[in-house]
Design a binder for this molecule. Sequence first.
Ligand code: ZN
Length: 440
Amino acid sequence: MTVGRPKKAFSARFHQIPIVNDNGIMLKEISIQIRCPLCKSEIVSTNGTRKTMKAREIIYQCKNPGCTPRTNTKRGKQFSVYTSYCFVRYTDDVIGELKDKIMHSSTTHTNIAIDYCLSPSSITNLLRKFEKYVKDVIGLDKLLFMKENEEALAIDETFIKIKGIDYYVIMATGYNSHKVLGLSVSSSRKEADLLKVLTEADHNVTSSLSVVSADAWGATQSMILNLGRPMTFIIHKHKKPYDKAVIWRIEYDNSNRIITQIGIKTDIFKKKGKREIRVTQEIIPLVQAPKQKRGRPKGSKNKTSPGATKVKKKKQKRGRKGIFEVFNIGTKYFARMDPYRNRIHLSPAVPPSVNKGLQDALNLFSHKHVQNNLSENKNSSIKTYITWNGPKTQESFDEHLHSGVIYDNNRDYINLEISHRFTSETICKQIYRSKMHHFL
Ligand SMILES: [Zn+2]
């Protein structure tokens, strides 16, 4: 290479930038190769110095005869190390990385600020820019650009106080994609609020959602039952007893809803072996006598209405307390678990709906404890989005939440274009930290 040219003029040039710590002590120098920002050429030379705010800096000039502006003007492109090709490329990388960290909010802003030698307010400022971009350019109405292939989701809830008022954040996350498929911030968590989230999730998947895990909240149970379609519903309490969970397999025939409740230990799918389960089955006619008031219907003394035969008149408190009743009254069976082969063996006496319910749960929790949250390390996927220090209104929180989720869900399709000025010092420290500058 470079045969016949004076070697000295065209050997690669490096610029040393000292990295100093907070006390002004030099830690190390980073070495940036000087290449033309226009043509990326390594054929450069120095062309004097220029005085800047802080110090005097070296000016480089492109000496590549084929460089774009050369064809127009006679002079080669002039630039400093900070506007040179490699440095600019690094700046882009640093901003991209920072953008992911801030939007994903798995790290606190204070920690990001320390990492990047930035002030916490500049991190918040950047977050606002990112959120505004998502809101203005992408829009906040759709959680996903592309539908996901999902059958199972986890419904998580938490609440946040805004100006003294509690708001519920309800989030439905897919087990397969780990993406948020339904999301809502509302002042209540009634059946309708939960249904809204599930309906949104339904629209974001290619097939039909048939497995849901959730906490033992009565409104969630009613919502699942009233969907009117076969479902496996895995209920895991966030309170004692932690070692127990209940699976409801909900099926329908022409005129009945059949609810098979399966009481399990949460470690049932951890290892291979024989496990005890408890099962109850309840058949409820779909066409019930028009909502009966408590007590005896008007005009009937001892007769029961024909539609309501034998249905153990809904035990009033079926909600929260009733959930674990299956452990007391259920029929005892044994299931042979093989998480390695993803198989369950049950005796022929066990209703087939038990197998279906257990199998759906095994698909999600093979080798794991049964729990509602998707990640074992994190308390809940919801928590990663809750860190928030913006204006305290429901609208701004809602926007923050949606833009974060939309960014995460679609990050492969989103190319955030945000301009932000960083000091060259910040970038240099990141280049130093990443220890990648040798490869530039
Ligand atoms: Zn050039």
